[in-house]
Design a binder for this molecule. Structure first.
Ligand code: CU
Length: 419
């Protein structure tokens, strides 16, 4: 009874709800309020256990931006987005039901007046990253999940209202009318239940100097160090390189990730989503990308001489993990920095989530070179092979149990703020 009463009081308390969204007039659902749908479908509300039309673009495709509202992506430069738990906490507060709730003493406050757990983090060391993806289509209705390619990652996310997304320098121009983009986020497993976040928006690449298309994206593998799950060394050969699809997880339809409740797919080194611009997503970025696997050959980067020149295909050295010519793609690396036929290895830090926006450094990368990838990687069992997918599906009943118990714990935790 007490639980029911306290829940009722909790529900009646005026409060700024948590979660988070990317806010911009170019977004689908910019003016959707709690009353627009029969259920609360504000852009900040998490997505989970939904059918495709409900989760895709947050079911906001019928709420497009006004003509001319577009989010600009300057090639080779950062695009600054505003991420907040309420529109009133952004520069666009004027059209928010609750008006301006920005924190005057901290303009970067994602959720003024609320603890960080409201946007699913226990602090700056508990961040898993978020991403922007792009589809080179100007018709939002024509965009399919496989059309999106992640072009920018911010691993220090969600933590600052003003969040920079570095745009790759070689992004080609969009079709007339612009492209369709989306913000994707899956938060840390230790601060709230399993949830996806997706906000679609209209975008356009400016200052483009390359016309090489973005490659068809593929699903990213879990390949980095994962100390929480007692995997202390990453397996670079098991990583997905090049254009990668966003994560579609924990819905009823069209998922591309089947990770368990406590191992959400995340936008950081764990899935080879390095911090910053994703500079290797173009058709000519690689001479070859072998099928990933714990004993696979590493891919070979192409030598890009000029932004618009076709890729030359130099004779590739035998790619080996121990190769002295191994180089590392970091957020700051430009495609021109690579030499002919260089073997690529992802620098995988020992911690899955560093909690800072610092790019992997040469020193952390050097550790990968000297330590054979296979030392622990051969025993790695989290690759998304069919067998593993099937096993995950078979244990879905267990997921639901976990999910239910986590939800209950979350309710207890939230109540404790008030009691
Ligand atoms: Cu949430």
């Amino acid at each position: 009874m007490l639980a029911i009463i306290s829940l009722a009081i909790f529900a009646a308390l005026p409060r700024v709800s948590g979660h988070a969204a990317l806010w911009h007039p170019s977004m689908f659902g910019f003016n959707v309020t709690q009353q627009t749908f029969p259920y609360d479908n504000r852009p900040v509300v998490p997505i989970k256990n939904m059918n495709f039309t409900e989760w895709w673009f947050h079911n906001h495709l019928a709420y497009p931006p006004n003509a001319g509202d577009i989010f600009e992506l300057p090639a080779g430069k950062p695009a600054t987005a505003e991420i907040a738990c309420n529109k009133g906490a952004t520069s666009f507060f004027a059209s928010s039901e609750g008006g301006d709730i920005r924190n005057a003493s901290n303009p970067n406050d994602v959720c003024p007046g609320s603890p960080t757990t409201e946007y699913h983090t226990n602090g700056v060391n508990d961040l898993e990253g978020c991403s922007l993806a792009i589809a080179y289509k100007n018709d939002s209705a024509a965009v399919q999940p496989e059309d999106f390619t992640v072009f920018s990652v911010n691993q220090t996310c969600v933590f600052n209202r003003f969040t920079d997304f570095q745009v790759p320098a070689r992004m080609p121009a969009c079709p007339p009318g612009g492209c369709i983009c989306a913000f994707f986020w899956i938060h840390a497993p230790d601060s709230g239940g399993e949830e996806n976040y997706m906000n679609g928006f209209k975008c356009n690449v400016t200052g483009s100097t390359s016309n090489v298309p973005v490659a068809q994206s593929t699903v990213a593998r879990r390949c980095g160090a994962d100390p929480v799950n007692k995997k202390f060394v990453g397996s670079a050969a098991n990583c997905t390189y090049g254009a990668k699809t966003p994560f579609y997880w924990f819905n009823n339809e069209r998922n591309n990730m089947f990770e368990g409740t406590f191992s959400p797919p995340v936008y950081n080194n764990l899935y080879n989503f390095l911090d910053g611009a994703q500079n290797d997503i173009f058709n000519d970025s690689y001479v070859s990308i072998p099928e990933p696997g714990i004993a696979a050959a590493l891919p070979t980067l192409a030598h890009i001489t000029a932004p618009s020149s076709p890729a030359s295909a130099p004779a590739a050295p035998t790619p080996t993990a121990a190769s002295n010519t191994t180089i590392f793609i970091t957020a700051a690396s430009s495609p021109t920095a690579s030499s002919d036929g260089t073997t690529v290895a992802s620098s995988i830090p020992s911690s899955a989530s560093s909690g800072t926006s610092t790019s992997p450094t040469a020193s952390s990368a050097a550790a990968v070179v000297t330590a054979p990838f296979g030392a622990d990687g051969y025993a790695y069992k989290r690759d998304m092979s069919n067998a593993h997918v099937l096993a995950n599906r078979a244990s879905s009943a267990k997921f639901r149990l976990n999910q239910e118990s986590r939800r209950r714990r979350a309710v207890v935790r939230r109540r404790s703020w008030f009691w």
